[in-house]
Ligand binder design. Sequence first.
Ligand SMILES: NC(=O)c1ccc[n+]([C@@H]2O[C@H](COP(=O)([O-])OP(=O)(O)OC[C@H]3O[C@@H](n4cnc5c(N)ncnc54)[C@H](OP(=O)(O)O)[C@@H]3O)[C@@H](O)[C@H]2O)c1
Length: 213
Amino acid sequence: MRVGILGSGLMGGKLGTIFARAGHDVLFSYARSKEKLKKLAREAHGNARAGTPAQAAEASDLLLLAVHWSRVEDVLRQAGDLSDKIVVSCSLPMNADDTALVVAHISSGAEELARMVPKARVVSAFNTVPSEVLFGVYEARRKATRPGLVYCGDDESAKDMAAELIRDAGFDPVDAGPLRIARYTEPFALLVAQLAYGGTGSPALAYRFERLG
Ligand SMILES: NC(=O)c1ccc[n+]([C@@H]2O[C@H](COP(=O)([O-])OP(=O)(O)OC[C@H]3O[C@@H](n4cnc5c(N)ncnc54)[C@H](OP(=O)(O)O)[C@@H]3O)[C@@H](O)[C@H]2O)c1
């Protein structure tokens, strides 16, 4: 898959590296320095390069959106036309100091994003795990008991591609349904963050869903 990374920080940097190591073509974009993007591409040890959001949009089948909510409009403007592109968003609609969701209950960040890019095929994924676990899960991906990762979206073929990336990253994809379910997965992501960073837990947190009976 040709994957463009829009936002090459903790999530985008790590997931892009994992996707490149899993054999995908990755283009890192959107950081404050070009040097950082080039370094990420070099150190991915896969098929990876650095570029601009517009180049990422042009050259990719699927884009990972991994910026703070306050940067979404800017990165989308720089990316340009996203018609027919799959946009997998791990961006949560957080306020400036990351203490609360600014979209919730009757909508979600994922649904707001879908309204911003009406011709794109939006999937919400990866935002319910702390970035700290990503490399560990990838390295342990052949274990029988893999952590789960919930995702949702309205376009089935876009979801199939997202599920492939989720598997490549070492997780069991858990299809939570249509994009409106992001109203519940986004608050769930805050629960995970609270357990990982707020209490006595640690960021080394990934979850499994067990079917009982
Ligand atoms: N981190 C997690 O564990 C986690 C978990 C679940 C969901 N999320 C969500 O994922 C999204 C990304 O989080 P993150 O932790 O990866 O954030 P991050 O590390 O801050 O990454 C955001 C990226 O945006 C770039 N950026 C910010 N301002 C910019 C500007 N003015 N011009 C160009 N680039 C700019 C940053 O550049 P630099 O690299 O130069 O700083 C960075 O590459 C957020 O919506 C967050 O809520 C994160």
